[in-house]
Each structure stands twice: as structure tokens, then as C-alpha cells.
Design a protein around this ligand. Structure first.
Ligand code: NAG
Ligand code: NAG
Ligand code: NAG
Ligand code: NAG
Ligand code: NAG
Length: 191
């Protein structure tokens, strides 16, 4: 399910700020988070294989914990990076910003990272993601990354990172508890 819908949303997600990343030397503005209507852009994304990969330090995260997320492959100048859950919301928050990057608040404080200015960010730059205390389930890290105004790549997506099931964990254990009580009650009554 997650893998199925994700690419569809990513295209919209990326389209909404592709122009901003390349056209805003001070970082993507907040309206880039929400505006799904691409402006008339003359510069199109490079559709060849991305030189970048987004590498989470682990395939799992702990709710309330931190996870290092590394941009591998090449140096870059512009970025907009988020963790997205299966409902396509930006989740968690970012901290410990590397050189020339800063937080961007889309829906929630520091739920995104963008560039502070166009100075070169080295290949292998590490970002620090703070997972929500209540697990949003699987997340994937998604970024649009620009090497220059003309050269940028959309929808660069990490492998999914799991952090437990969403509320179904709690629902599941609640149902299990209820069933146990019913079975126990029955056995007491019948016994
Ligand atoms: C956008 O592209 C069109 C067609 O190639 C060109 O005529 C126009 O000058 C371009 N606009 C800018 C702002 O580069
Ligand atoms: C896309 O990027 C590659 C380098 O990764 C470059 O060789 C190629 O010319 C770019 N394509 C366009 C259309 O700019
Ligand atoms: C922000 O919240 C709105 C309303 O819930 C939602 O539609 C949108 O996808 C959210 N955007 C992000 C980046 O999480
Ligand atoms: C980016 O900001 C840093 C200070 O945070 C500054 O040293 C650097 O010169 C700036 N780069 C550009 C291209 O303005
Ligand atoms: C990112 O973190 C890894 C692991 O700690 C480290 O090996 C690497 O040098 C860091 N990258 C940069 C650009 O500092």
C-alpha cells in the first residue's frame, strides 16, 4: 500500500516546490509545502538517474528517537527534505542543522529542512531527524535536490524506514485484551 501510492504523491509533492528550490537562493519558502500547482517553469528537472541517494542510518527508528539521514553521491546547493508517512504528511522534526542548511516549518515546527543559502553542501552531509513520540508507522525520506539552478532532481526517495505500526498496534492489543477477557469470562462461567 505504502509503496503503491507513494510515487504518485511524490510527483505532486516535488512539483510544488521544484521551482522554489532552484529559484530561491535562501531556501524554499513555506508556501512551497502546500502549493500543488506548479508555476510555469522553464527549467525542467533532470530526468536521468539521480546522482544522489538518501540514506537513513537504519532501516528502523524508535518513536521519540533520532535518526541520521545522509545525502550521498555528490555535493549540492539546494534541498528540501522531509520524512513522509503513509498518509503523505511530513512527520517528526529536524535538528542539528549542517552548514548552510536550516529548518523549514511546513505544517509543524521544523518538519522540513531546506538550504540556508547556495553555498556547497558536501557529499555525505548528515541530517538529524527526530521521530514523533507516537509512531506514524513506516516513513520514507523524500528530497528535491539542486546542484545548480539548472540541474535538480525530484522525488529522491529513501527506502522505507519502519518504526512500528501506527495506531493499529494499540488497537490490536486492545482487541486482544478484550478477547482475552471475554474468553476468560466464558471459561470461568462455563467452568
Ligand atoms: C521560457 O522558454 C520559452 C520557450 O523556450 C522562451 O521563449 C522564454 O524566453 C523562456 N523564459 C524565460 C524566463 O527563460
Ligand atoms: C542530467 O545530469 C547529468 C549528470 O548527472 C548530465 O550529464 C546531463 O547533461 C543532465 N541532463 C540535462 C538534460 O541537463
Ligand atoms: C499539511 O497539512 C494538510 C492538511 O492536513 C495536508 O493536506 C498536507 O498534506 C500537509 N502537508 C505536509 C507537507 O505534511
Ligand atoms: C552562506 O552563509 C554562511 C554563513 O552562515 C556564509 O559564510 C556564506 O558565505 C554564505 N554563502 C553564500 C553563497 O552567501
Ligand atoms: C556523516 O556521518 C557519518 C557517520 O557518523 C560520518 O562517517 C560522515 O563523515 C558524516 N558526513 C559528514 C559530511 O560529516
Amino acid at each position: 500500500m505504502f509503496r503503491f501510492w507513494l510515487p504518485v504523491f511524490l510527483v505532486y509533492f516535488a512539483a510544488c516546490f521544484l521551482q522554489r528550490v532552484t529559484s530561491f537562493p535562501g531556501g524554499a519558502p513555506t508556501d512551497a509545502c502546500q502549493n500543488l500547482t506548479p508555476g510555469h517553469v522553464n527549467i525542467t528537472a533532470n530526468s536521468s538517474a539521480s546522482p544522489f541517494t538518501i540514506m537513513p542510518a537504519s532501516t528502523t527508528y524508535q518513536p521519540g528517537g533520532t535518526l541520521r539521514v545522509q545525502v550521498m553521491g555528490a555535493s549540492f546547493r539546494g534541498i528540501l527534505l522531509q520524512a513522509r508517512d503513509s498518509t503523505n504528511q511530513a512527520v517528526g522534526f529536524w535538528s542539528d542543522f549542517p552548514d548552510f542548511t536550516r529548518s523549514l516549518t511546513c505544517n509543524n515546527s521544523a518538519d522540513s529542512v531546506t538550504h540556508q543559502n547556495t553555498s556547497v553542501k558536501v557529499a555525505g552531509t548528515n541530517f538529524t531527524w527526530n521521530a514523533p513520540r507516537t509512531s506514524p508507522g513506516d516513513v520514507a525520506f523524500v528530497a528535491t535536490i539542486a546542484q545548480s539552478r539548472e540541474q535538480y532532481w525530484l522525488s529522491i526517495t529513501s527506502d522505507p524506514v519502519s518504526g512500528g505500526n501506527r495506531a493499529s498496534v494499540h488497537l490490536g492489543s486492545a482487541v486482544f485484551s478484550l478477547l482475552s477477557i471475554i474468553l476468560l469470562t466464558n471459561s470461568v462461567v462455563e467452568g
